[in-house]
Structures are given as C-alpha cells and as structure tokens.
Design a protein around this ligand. Structure first.
Ligand SMILES: Cc1cc2nc3c(=O)[nH]c(=O)nc-3n(C[C@H](O)[C@H](O)[C@H](O)COP(=O)(O)OP(=O)(O)OC[C@H]3O[C@@H](n4cnc5c(N)ncnc54)[C@H](O)[C@@H]3O)c2cc1C
Length: 435
C-alpha cells in the first residue's frame, strides 16, 4: 500500500475483536482477507511492516502451472483461474496477462527433467508441450538453434508482484477487511486448547480464529508458541533492467538466467535455484529434513554462516509484553549477491540478443521460506483449535497464493474446500510437533 492508503492502514484503530485475525500481509494473508471479507466475515489483517514488503513484492512475477509438484497442481490450477477472475476486478493495473511460460534447454540433459515432469503430470491435461529446437527458435524469433528444445505452457501468466498484492489488499479493504500495517502480532493466546486472542504491539484483539501467513517468520512465531516447525530460509537475488526489445511477452526460464518482461518494458532477471541457505540455529535442528534439498542443489546453492546466525530469524523467545523480532525487522530486506547478479546479467545477454544493450537499474534480495518437501502447510497444529497455519510456499507462492488464501478462508469458514487439503497436512513432517 502506498501514500495515503499507507498512513490510513497504519493509523486505523485496533479493533477490540474480530471473527478472524490474519498475521501477515503477503499474497497469502491478503488473499485470505479478501475471500473472508467476500463472505461477510469480520477480518483483521495485521502486517508488521508494509503490505507485500517481503517475498510478495520481491518475486519474479511468474504465475505458472508448469514445473509444479503434482501435489500442488490442483490448487495451482484453481489459483490460475482466480488470478484471471480477480485481475479485471481490482480496478488497477497489475501487469497481469496470460502470456505463456517457457523453460529453454540448451542440452538434452537440461531437457530430460522437463520431459519427465510432463510425463508425471499428464493426467492433469495441461496445455504444456515440448518444443523442438526449431519451434523454440521460432518462439524466440531467431533463426539459430541455440536451444535443444523447450517446455512451453501458453496458459501460464505473469504479473507485477509489487503492484498486484497491494492492489489485492486495497480490494480486500473495499470489500470490508480491516488492513493494519506496522502492526506486529507478538503471539496467539489460547485457553483449553482453543484460540482466544492475538496480542499485537498495539494491544489485544479477541478472536476465535487466526490464520498465520507469516512467510519466512512463521517458524519463529510458532517456536515461541512451543511448536516445532521445519521451515528454513534461503536468500535469493534479483535484478531489473532498462527497457529492451521484446523476446516473447511471457516468462522465459533457462539454467543460467530466467527473464520476465515487465510492464515498464524492462526485464526482471535472476538465476533459478541460485540461493543462499541461511545457517541459523534452526538449520541445525531441521538439518536432516533438509538434506535431500541440499544434496540435489549443492551445485547452485551456497551455505551462508555469519551475522544471520544470531540475526532476526535466530531462535528467540519473548512474552506478550516484550518487543518481538517482528517489531525489530519491519521489512526483511536482505542484501543481494552482486557478484552472482553480474554473472546472471552477462548470461542473459549471451542467451538473448535482444538484451545485448540492457543495463541493470535495480537489484534486490528476497528471503524465501522453504519446507523440506517444498510444498505449503495449510493446516491446524494439534492442540491449537482455531489456529490455521498457511505458509511454506517454498519459492513458488506468488502464483498459488490466491488459491492458498481461498483454501484457508474456506477451511476457517467451515466450507467444503475447493481441493483436497490432505497434501498440505501439518502432520506430514513429524508426529512430534505438538508442544
Ligand atoms: C526472489 C524471489 C523470486 C520468486 N519468484 C516467484 C515466482 O516467480 N512465482 C511464484 O509463484 N513465486 C515466487 N516466489 C515465491 C513467492 O514470492 C512467495 O512464495 C510468496 O510471496 C509467499 O507469500 P506469503 O504471503 O506466504 O509470504 P510473504 O510475502 O513473505 O508475506 C509474509 C508477511 O508476513 C509478515 N509477518 C510475519 N510475521 C508477522 C507478525 N508476527 N506480525 C505481523 N506480520 C508478520 C511479513 O512482514 C510479511 O509481509 C519468489 C520469491 C522470491 C523471494
């Protein structure tokens, strides 16, 4: 939210009670607020900093079904429909368009996992196809055979995250949700195993239902309630460029550089999977669970020890009347990896002649929350009736965010859910989660 909206959201009085309190103003929290407000349910969303200040404005802006884990595809298919329905209703430009997404492969080895994925998901009858070298060249408007082939999904979409999520929040507010910025939730209170209120830095809100959509902070929040949650953080770096000629209107992935054409005519560029694993105390507690990810990504993932160890995501405990880590870090703004981004920019120029002259104009970092199996948790922890955890979108939550928000809203409203939520169960990691 910006300007006037911003100060209104910060200055709004704290309601004494609500049907549902949502913790976190990213794409999940904001979407849940919208769908609850549409149902006439009194909803207050508390965001510690500003709406979409963290992952939800820092992402690449891909809204894709392609390449998804089959367990989350049903929810993603619904989410894609939601984006299509919501975008024209928002009354604001969010850069949304069904422009297609393509994974380019330079070698047969790069093409192989795409072929395997296509085989795994054939029952979903997606419009994804495998392009030959000639077809890939045609798509890119070039006559060489730089690429061995590609995976292409015409129905995938893109949008401008920094515009889209604040616009969704304003729409939710117009539908009746109360959106509070600069309002950290310190903890959730319960009595006899049932939620009774949240304690914010500005006072208490009585409520029987809470949705925790805290992104990378969710583990810290839950640990303070006595709940162990295997969610870790990886830092990713991104750049945007000066305007350049169009390659294709959609999103283009490749091993060394993935690019998306922006509303302003520039490109958002980054390297898929090139992330920095944050070595924090929780990393040791959950190391075993994350070993498979570390093993499969060791070539492109770096492990970072250092100041972050005792930093905001480090293990801390606090009480309702004490300042929480969420007030200390209003907006997590990690320093991007400049050396990596120089290399990514150079790779993008080599991959696409249209980018030969572009210059980077902005770089940024984003801290991504990751679960061991890289799909979300959308469930209630044992012993916490009324608390729904909706987090762990593991680096691909912008696209699926509205679907996760709708599912969360349906679960707390007691409606039949749009998809079977079983893959997102809390219990899938450990039976030892209860406090
Ligand atoms: C560099 C990068 C590229 C990505 N690219 C893509 C992409 O192309 N496509 C895609 O689908 N996904 C992508 N993602 C992933 C996607 O951005 C995230 O999965 C998604 O935004 C997560 O949304 P969220 O609402 O769960 O969390 P967030 O957006 O992180 O929001 C959580 C919010 O909760 C707030 N909060 C936390 N604790 C508290 C508290 N106690 N009180 C109040 N507020 C609190 C935080 O301040 C934050 O604003 C990318 C992510 C990054 C970083």
């Amino acid at each position: 939210m910006n300007g006037e909206q911003d100060s209104k959201a910060a200055a709004a009085p704290l309601p004494a009670e609500a049907d549902v309190v949502i913790i976190g103003g990213g794409v999940v929290g904001v979407s849940a607020a919208l769908f609850l407000a549409e149902r006439g349910i009194a909803t207050v969303l508390c965001e510690k900093g500003r709406i979409a200040g963290e992952q939800s404005s820092r992402n690449w802006g891909w809204i894709r079904k392609m390449g998804r884990d089959a367990r989350e595809l049903p929810l993603m298919i619904e989410s894609a429909r939601l984006w299509g329905r919501l975008a024209p209703q928002l009354g604001e430009e969010i850069g949304y368009g069904v422009r297609g997404a393509t994974y380019l492969a330079e070698t047969e080895a790069e093409l192989a996992p795409h072929i395997a994925w296509l085989d795994q998901v054939k029952s979903f009858q997606l419009d994804t196809t495998l392009l030959s070298a000639a077809e890939a060249a045609r798509l890119l408007g070039r006559d060489d055979r730089r690429f061995e082939g590609a995976l292409h999904t015409p129905s995938d979409a893109t949008a401008e995250p920094a515009l889209a999520v604040p616009a969704l929040a304003r729409y939710a507010a117009r539908r009746g949700a109360t959106i509070l910025e600069n309002c950290a939730v310190r903890l959730v209170e319960r009595s006899a195993g049932k939620v009774t209120s949240v304690v914010t830095e500005r006072g208490e809100i009585a409520c029987k239902t809470v949705i925790l959509a805290g992104g990378v902070w969710s583990r810290t929040f839950l640990e303070n309630l006595g709940l162990s949650f295997p969610q870790l953080a990886v830092k990713s770096s991104v750049l945007r460029t000066t305007p350049a000629p169009e390659i294709t209107p959609g999103a283009l992935g490749a091993t060394r550089a993935s690019v998306r054409r922006r509303l302003d005519g520039g490109y958002t560029i980054a390297r898929s999977g090139a992330a920095e694993f944050q070595l924090i105390p929780a990393a040791f507690r959950h190391f075993g669970a994350f070993l498979p990810i570390l093993r499969s990504r060791w070539r492109i993932m770096t492990i970072k020890a250092g100041p972050d160890f005792f930093g905001p995501l480090g293990s801390t405990r606090w009480k309702a009347d004490e300042t929480s880590p969420f007030e200390r870090v209003r907006v997590f703004d990690p320093v991007p990896d400049r050396r990596l981004l120089d290399d990514v920019m150079e790779s993008a120029r080599k991959l696409h002649p249209q980018l030969a002259e572009v210059k980077p104009v902005q770089t940024w970092g984003g801290m991504i929350d990751v679960m061991p199996d890289e799909i979300p948790v959308i469930d209630t922890p044992p012993g916490w009736d009324g608390l729904l955890v909706a987090t762990g979108l593991s680096g691909h939550g912008f696209g699926i965010g509205p679907g996760v928000g709708l599912l969360a809203a349906q679960l707390v409203a007691g409606e039949a859910p749009l998809i079977d939520p079983a893959p997102f169960a809390w219990s899938r990691f450990t039976r030892r989660n209860a406090a």
